[in-house]
Design a protein around this ligand. Structure first.
Ligand SMILES: [Zn+2]
Length: 60
């Protein structure tokens, strides 16, 4: 299975000078997420969109 990485989600910074960045959709810590799509919340808009794209790409 190819691992392209999922870094293109919208990120938000907690505040000026604060090194805490999180997904703008599900608010999960970006350090924790890394490039792992499954670490977004199941309800995350980004995760849902990506999973839908993947399913379409892998359907025969
Ligand atoms: Zn997310």
């Amino acid at each position: 299975m190819k691992n392209k990485g999922f870094f293109d989600y919208l990120k938000q910074q907690a505040g000026e000078g604060i090194h805490y960045i999180y997904c703008a959709h599900c608010k999960v810590d970006a350090d924790y997420i890394g490039d792992r799509l499954e670490r977004h919340l199941p309800s995350c808009e980004y995760r849902i969109t990506k999973q839908k794209l993947l399913e379409e790409n892998y359907s025969f």
